[in-house]
Design a protein around this ligand. Structure first.
Ligand code: AMP
Length: 375
């Protein structure tokens, strides 16, 4: 594939906040964008040149998107395979359907990691009560049952603490699942990197993440992971990306155990919530980097000038109406990002803010206090 240059069009499958930031960066870089998403007024439609309002499994609509685009990408790994195949038959698609096939299904993803020899949590495929009982016996308690597909942000997961939880778990998820041993981790990190169409890659500073109820709450970058462990994480993520044959930005989420060793938790073959700190915190944002990668352009520098904290703003904050942003926005080092979603709902990602700086009380504690001003 040749280069996609300013003035040409990038097609985006999925129009949430990730597509929105791609659209904004594309416009800054001089590209045109077209987005496919079923929701009128979705976050990306507000910033892209064209919105094709149709379901993500509508092949005719996907072909229309491909016809209008010079290269197509996605903001979500759960785009139906037939949509990806339809697009790929006529235009370059990054990441390719082959990459996504290894990711969409949690079991396929874990099998891929296993076959490639990457460290991960012990797991077992489970599709009924007997298999679950056997898997719990093998992996031990506590453990986590996860749906193989369509589970994200902690949805489609059930934590099994005692034998009594087994029937409840089967009832709650009633779908093919994967059982994982619970990891007593010291910290969670993610490595975000971009791989270009020429195979060259560049990583961002490692992100350190805190999840609450399975949803990302905060990211600190750079992560507090000293050498040589940080290098090990970077090498691991790079090897995963190359083994997948990925093109574009991707995130490899990892658990760091108390002994310092690393286990891969999940691969996201796309721009990622834990990389939001790069938009404002790094020389090149993950969104710009992704567009450079899928467009066949040289990758940008990823240096970070100072520590950055990102805190997600979930719909729960809207329970008494619009939050009082003035309590936050006047504070030094703060950048607020809102996604233009029409309706707030508990657990729904509505926006995030960055705190950029290195205050005496530490960036994480400082950002937490800023967040509390909104409560
Ligand atoms: P996931 O969607 O699978 O990444 O899970 C969301 C979050 O739940 C993770 O970021 C962890 O905080 C937690 N979690 C998931 N799987 C495990 C596990 N096997 N052990 C411990 N915590 C987990």
């Amino acid at each position: 594939m040749g280069r996609v240059l300013p003035g040409q069009t990038i097609g985006i499958l999925g129009g949430g906040q990730l597509g929105r930031f791609m659209g904004i960066e594309a416009r800054l870089m001089g590209f045109k964008t077209v987005v496919l998403d079923p929701t009128a007024g979705c976050p990306a439609s507000q910033v892209c040149d064209k919105h094709i309002q149709a379901a993500l499994d509508d092949e005719k609509a996907a072909l229309e998107l491909a016809r209008l685009s010079d290269v197509v990408t996605l903001e979500w790994e759960l785009i139906p395979m037939q949509t990806l195949a339809a697009v790929e038959a006529v235009k370059p698609l990054f990441p390719s359907s082959k990459v996504i096939r290894n990711i969409q299904d949690r079991l396929a993803q874990k099998d891929f990691l296993y076959k490639s020899g990457f460290p991960q949590t012990p797991y077992a495929a489970v599709s009924n009560m007997e298999e679950l009982r056997a898997a719990v016996k093998k992996l031990g308690l506590p453990c986590i049952l996860k749906r193989r597909t369509h589970g994200y942000d902690g949805k489609g997961q059930f934590r099994i603490k005692t034998e009594d939880d087994i029937p409840k778990a089967v009832q709650a998820l009633e779908a093919p699942c994967v059982l994982e041993a619970t990891v007593a981790f010291e910290r969670e990190i993610s490595v975000l990197l971009a791989i270009g169409t020429d195979g060259q890659s560049r990583a961002f500073p490692i992100a350190e993440n805190v999840h609450k109820d399975g949803i990302l709450f905060s990211t600190l970058a750079p992560a507090r992971v000293p050498m040589p462990r940080s290098d090990e994480a970077l090498v691991l993520a790079e090897r995963v990306g190359q083994a997948l044959g990925h093109v574009g930005v991707m995130a490899v989420e990892m658990f760091q155990k108390k002994d310092g060793s690393l286990l891969i938790n999940e691969i996201a073959p796309r721009v990622h919530n834990s990389g939001h700190y790069t938009l404002g915190g790094c020389a090149t944002s993950q969104f710009e980097q992704h567009l450079r990668a899928v467009g066949g352009l040289p990758l940008g520098p990823t240096v970070i000038e100072s520590p950055v904290v990102m805190i997600n703003l979930l719909g729960d904050l809207w329970k008494n109406g619009e939050p009082r942003w003035e309590k936050l926005t006047g504070q030094p080092g703060v950048k607020l990002f809102l996604y233009g979603k029409a309706k707030a709902a508990p657990g729904r990602k509505m926006g995030h803010f960055l705190f950029i700086g290195d205050p005496p009380d530490g960036p994480l504690a400082h950002a937490q206090r800023l967040y509390e001003r909104l409560l």
